[in-house]
Design a protein around this ligand. Structure first.
Ligand SMILES: CC(C)(COP(=O)(O)OP(=O)(O)OC[C@H]1O[C@@H](n2cnc3c(N)ncnc32)[C@H](O)[C@@H]1OP(=O)(O)O)[C@@H](O)C(=O)NCCC(=O)NCCS
Length: 245
């Protein structure tokens, strides 16, 4: 099993696109909810039941963060990055709008006309955390499927860990399907350990959940590890935009 995981990881590293996507982490706003629900549904069907995002927006025991495309990034910067690996194209009498081009780049249809409003999005992923005593519990984390593998999930995790540390939580916990090795790897990177199993936790296929918990996050040791991981992240992805948490 370990060998299979290693092979998949090597393959992934070889083919992974490393383009930076200009997202910023900030708190969920009411206008984001429809997009977040769509990402939630895509990620967690068939067990999907919409979370109470609206009700919990002002709940002090919950923290909802989103990865949002940065409107402050200059169109020239993004267009230059997007165009850098494309062959020369026919001259376009009317350059497509920025978002239409970003969407096209990531495999979405982009008609660039008045009828394409439904295609326009600015939320790439979200994370929801509940504070329970000394524990911060990740209830959900998900990235839009076409944008996965580009550091957005990790940035969301960093944002939620920062928030939990500031909140005074001592550990962060979560449950994940035993088969969700992508999520396990993300959490292991931030020193989550498997501490138990909830048998038949998921009702669609009665799959077990693994309970994962960080080592204490309010210690100098974790601080050093966390700062190091953020620095590595920044070197790799060239950004670390966390506006609010
Ligand atoms: C889990 C999830 C949020 C990760 O988000 P992401 O943006 O794709 O992840 P990132 O690109 O930030 O990758 C961060 C780390 O995750 C792990 N990872 C991500 N994609 C991986 C893949 N295809 N194979 C192996 N590990 C992977 C790696 O540890 C990676 O760090 P590395 O690049 O240094 O190896 C995303 O896959 C998702 O939305 N999945 C569906 C919902 C879900 O399962 N949520 C978790 C519930 S517990």
């Amino acid at each position: 099993m370990l060998r299979i995981v290693q092979l998949i990881t090597q393959f992934r590293s070889a083919v992974q696109l490393q383009e930076t996507i200009p997202v910023t982490i900030r708190r969920l706003r009411v206008d984001d909810i429809d997009q977040v629900v769509a990402i939630e549904k895509e990620a967690f069907s068939p067990l999907w039941v919409s979370s109470s995002f609206k009700r919990d927006l002002n709940n002090k025991r919950a923290n909802y963060l989103v990865a949002c495309f940065d409107e402050e990034v200059s169109p020239e910067e993004i267009l230059a990055e997007i165009d850098s690996d494309k062959p020369a194209q026919e001259e376009n009498p009317r350059p497509p709008k920025l978002w239409a081009r970003v969407l096209g780049r990531f495999g979405f249809s982009s008609k660039d006309g008045p009828g394409d409003v439904d295609d326009i999005f600015d939320i790439a992923g979200y994370v929801s955390v509940w504070y329970q005593g000394e524990e911060a519990h990740i209830t959900e984390i998900a990235v839009k499927e076409t944008l996965r593998g580009r550091g957005i999930g990790e940035l969301l995790l960093i944002g939620s860990l920062k928030a939990a540390i500031e909140h005074g939580s001592k550990v962060m916990t979560l449950e994940a399907r035993v088969s969700n090795f992508i999520a396990h790897r993300l959490y292991q990177k931030y020193n989550f350990k498997s501490v138990g199993i909830r048998k038949a936790y998921y009702s669609d296929n009665r799959e077990d959940a693994v309970i994962m918990t960080t080592v204490p996050i309010d210690t100098p040791e974790y601080h050093t590890l966390f700062v190091g991981l953020q620095s590595t992240y920044q070197t790799r992805w060239g950004r670390m935009e966390i506006d609010e948490y």
